[in-house]
Design a binder for this molecule. Sequence first.
Ligand code: FES
Length: 110
Amino acid sequence: MSWIDIGALDDIPVAGARLVKTHHGCVAVFRTAEDEVFATSDACPHRGGPLSEGIVHGRKVTCPLHNWVLSLETGEAQGADEGRIATYPARIEGGRVLLDVASLCRRDAA
Ligand code: FES
């Protein structure tokens, strides 16, 4: 893994998200109410809604456009909806949020 520092945890609102621009495209980075972080692709599998503008609840996000619910852990759509988003390893170290850039590079290769 190859971790990059993408900013302070406190720059992400609690139960919110931030869109992070990397050399390998935009990544939505979510912070749960329990101060966990998850990184996923930003585009909803339904019609590409911006998930970083969605509502975070538990370890899930609700898309702001048509309310699909996606797991931040697995990327899977919940309930009757089918589809998934890419998920990327993210962690917190010393109040900073780190993202595994190697996983983003693999996305480029796919
Ligand atoms: S674009 Fe996300 S639910 Fe429709």
